[in-house]
Design a protein around this ligand. Structure first.
Ligand code: ADP
Ligand code: MG
Length: 502
């Protein structure tokens, strides 16, 4: 069982201010739906394709073209909603959000303002072993992505690439429940992990497949509690929205900068203007991009090209039944197997890691298996910047190394040698032990002989050890050396003590 202490969110208090201020943060995460085709066309979503090669007529907004909804994208949004324990709206609808932009040929984005497909849910965010916070999800809606303007390819011209136009996005909107920069990053990490487990978004932040708009405000102590009691945003400070963040590090730096900026403004007698800002990672600061638009600025109206979306409860139930095991449940299960919170967190960070571990641990000592996967294998993979999928040692092979230790065929120390040989050569553990003569010497006769030899060669040490039993360790070391590390350390310890009369 996951034994979690639910803490009320601890607000981050900014040092250096004249009085105490708390941070309030809400995130709008744009997650690209994992789907081969776009939201309303059959064009491919492949990343890095030749510019403008994946553009259907409807994506290019040719006159008279009509959007046709991609059922798979709807299924992915439902799956995401279920994974976030959210309510699924059997009726939702698409709206046009009108604005002009060179990379938006339609002149509007099809989105879901009034009736999103997913309603309220939650994400459990862990802030250290056993300490968790719940961040509430307000809604998830489906919408189209825009294209890309390219300004740095030619000194005189700008270009536009419409490959991304019309790709399905899920906008996942949190409540302003996040109380500090670290918590914001931990929330994005957790959300990304869940999406990857669900297979609904690959979470590739470098490609821009997961990006966050970060809303930040500051308030005096007590104000957030009044917001919680009433649900009224008016108790909170005026927020600024920092657009399009795609790095955990920048998210934290931007929040920190923005909070200090707002506090300095307020303490200087000024006010915070609600606006959209951009983070400049080179300067480490945010700057104003535009004043915040309200929904009415976009002249939203129901998209006349698309019927309201009605889905059936039975279809939703089917998706729920096929939902994979999610990180919280998997972590709890690994802890039930006897793993520590830390080990279980490391192993569940990526599903592939947990799968590999489970194969190694099957029918074996889970703790020993975890040590080998985390300390030896992950350590080794990290050295070469390899992922688990590239591991030269298979889970079956690592499992057999664990078996060789458990059966006392080799010691833990020799096992590291076997692992290294297996890692670099791909050879089988049993074969390595056999061919390299690495079997542990459990034959007490042979160990006794080795101990006798060391005692005979070192009479002065024997005298010292009789005065100070701690020096027995030196004899154990000598015997291990003499046997090439293959002697069973437990037997060596016993025989040394007995022969020295300790
Ligand atoms: P809008 O639709 O005008 O963008 P919403 O109320 O839908 O505004 O909120 C958008 C995002 O801003 C949400 O993630 C929400 O949690 C967050 N947010 C709202 N008020 C605040 C605030 N005072 N401080 C920080 N974040 C806020
Ligand atoms: Mg918004």
């Amino acid at each position: 069982m996951l034994d979690l202490t639910y803490e009320a969110p601890k607000p981050k208090i900014i040092q250096g201010a004249q009085s105490d201020w708390e941070l309030v943060i809400g995130l709008e995460v744009h997650a690209q739906v994992s789907s081969k085709a776009k939201l309303f066309s059959g064009a491919s979503t492949e990343f890095g394709a030749e510019p403008n090669s994946n553009v259907a007529f409807v994506d290019a907004a040719m006159p008279g073209m009509l959007p046709v909804i991609n059922e798979f994208c709807v299924e992915q949004a439902v799956r995401t909603g279920l994974g976030l324990k959210a309510e699924i709206n059997l009726k939702s609808a698409f709206d046009r959000k009108n604005y002009f932009y060179p990379d938006l040929p339609q002149g509007y984005q099809i989105s879901q303002l009034y009736h999103p497909i997913v309603g309220e849910g939650e994400v459990l965010v862990e802030m250290g072993p056993g300490v968790a916070r719940t961040v509430r999800i307000e809604r998830i809606h489906l919408e189209q992505d825009a294209g890309k303007s390219i300004h740095d390819m030619d000194p005189h011209m700008s270009f536009v690439d419409l490959n991304r136009t019309g790709v399905a996005l899920m906008e996942i909107v949190s409540r302003p429940d996040i109380r500090g920069p670290e918590e914001a990053a931990a929330y994005v990490v957790k959300l990304r992990q869940i999406l990857r487990y669900l297979g609904t978004c690959d979470g590739n932040m470098q490609y821009g497949n997961l990006r966050a708009d970060v809303n930040v405000s500051v308030c005096k102590p007590g104000a957030y509690e009044r917001y919680q009691q009433t649900g009224d945003h008016a108790h909170l400070g005026t927020r600024c929205e920092i657009k399009n963040m795609n790095s955990m590090r920048f998210i934290q730096a931007a929040i920190d900068y923005e909070a200090r900026r707002q506090i300095a403004l307020l303490e200087g007698g000024g006010t915070v203007d609600q606006e959209t800002r951009l983070y400049d990672p080179d300067k480490g600061e945010t700057r104003s991009m535009r004043s915040k638009e309200e929904a009415h600025d976009y002249r939203y109206f129901p998209c006349p090209d698309l019927l309201p979306l009605e889905i059936e409860q039975a279809w939703v139930d089917g998706i729920a039944e096929r939902l994979p095991e999610l990180p919280d449940a998997l972590k709890a299960r690994l802890m039930d197997m006897g793993l520590t919170d830390y080990d279980a967190s490391v192993l569940t960070a990526e599903k592939e890691n947990a799968d590999y571990f489970e194969e190694v641990a099957k029918g074996r000592d889970a703790k020993l298996a975890a040590n080998w996967v985390i300390n030896e294998l992950f350590g080794r993979l990290k050295k070469e910047d390899h992922s688990i999928g590239e591991s030269p040692v298979s889970a079956a092979q690592l499992g057999r190394i664990v078996d060789l230790i458990s059966s006392d065929t080799i010691s833990g120390k020799i096992a590291k040698e076997v692992f290294e040989i297996a890692y670099t050569s791909g050879r089988d553990p049993e074969e390595i032990v056999e061919t390299e003569g690495l079997k542990q010497v459990t034959d007490t006769g042979a160990i006794e002989a080795a101990v006798d030899q060391v005692i005979a060669d070192n009479p002065a040490q024997v005298e010292k050890a009789k005065q100070n039993p701690k020096l027995a360790g030196w004899f154990v070391g000598q015997v291990m050396k003499a046997t090439g590390g293959k002697a069973n350390p437990k037997s060596v310890n016993q025989i040394v003590s007995r022969k020295l009369g300790l």
